[in-house]
Design a protein around this ligand. Structure first.
Ligand SMILES: Cc1cc2nc3c(=O)[nH]c(=O)nc-3n(C[C@H](O)[C@H](O)[C@H](O)COP(=O)(O)O)c2cc1C
Length: 224
């Protein structure tokens, strides 16, 4: 196919210049646009950078440029959340998109004064609809699966933001009651993560990780 070769070149570009600004998706989009090549099938869009490289490239970003996010990018982030796995496919995730300065300021207040939340042009608040999960799974659904489902959606958002060349962070330190009040969340909708997203102002260094040997156990816990 005519776009096979450009994709191979882009794999090479992404691998060689892993610190290039913009994610693999953006590089691909620009490449196809600049060369007047029809944008390829959606299935190709996310496979240009290896999944592991993308996972390793993602960083928690705490400083953002004021530039607004494109609507297309927000849609892509929501699409990523939509395709997260969920227990029994109950899809209990609800997302509040916060863009107004006044609402962002209130979220800073609810999140122990973490000022960078207000710096980001868009903040996604990922919530769990507890009743959707408890309707099938009872207490395990509302106390565990709904939370896990919201976590999976949050991680999908963070990784997709990275692929789009955007900075993001998972903020979990906040007063749930205050966030509930600010966002007017009805009862049974629990806020799980606040995710500010925007262009990062600086590169950040990866904090160290535990060695694989340190957290893996063979056959039973404690056996190396
Ligand atoms: C559940 C959860 C809650 C977190 N809450 C906060 C937070 O409130 N504020 C913050 O600055 N970072 C928060 N983080 C980001 C972590 O500090 C960060 O993921 C960790 O230091 C590793 O850095 P990295 O994300 O760049 O790999 C949170 C991360 C997770 C997964």
């Amino acid at each position: 196919m005519s776009f096979t070769r450009p994709i191979i070149s882009l794999v090479a570009i992404s691998t060689k210049h892993s610190n290039i600004k913009g994610g693999s998706w953006k590089i691909a989009k620009d490449f196809f646009n600049n060369n007047s090549i029809d944008y390829p099938l959606a299935g190709f869009q996310g496979v240009i950078m290896s999944i592991l490289s993308l996972i390793q490239k993602r960083r928690s970003i705490r400083s953002f440029e004021p530039t607004s996010l494109q609507d297309d990018d927000i849609k892509t982030l929501l699409e990523a959340a939509r395709w997260a796995p969920s227990a029994g496919n109950k899809q209990p995730v609800e997302i509040v998109i916060v863009k107004s300065e006044s609402q962002k300021r209130k979220l800073v207040g609810a999140a122990l004064g973490q000022e960078f939340i207000a710096m980001a042009p868009t903040v996604l608040v990922v919530c769990a609809n507890l009743e959707r999960s408890s309707s099938r799974y009872g207490t395990r659904g509302s106390s565990l699966y709904a939370i896990q489902d919201a976590a999976a959606a949050t991680q999908n958002i963070l990784l997709t933001a990275t692929d789009l060349g955007l900075g993001s962070i998972w903020v979990g330190a906040f007063d749930e009651e205050k966030v509930t009040e600010v966002l007017k969340l009805p009862s049974g909708i629990r806020p799980l993560s606040i995710v500010p997203i925007g262009m990062s102002t600086k590169e950040s260094i990866a904090p160290p990780r535990r060695a694989i040997d340190e957290f893996t156990h063979n056959d039973y816990f404690g056996k190396s």
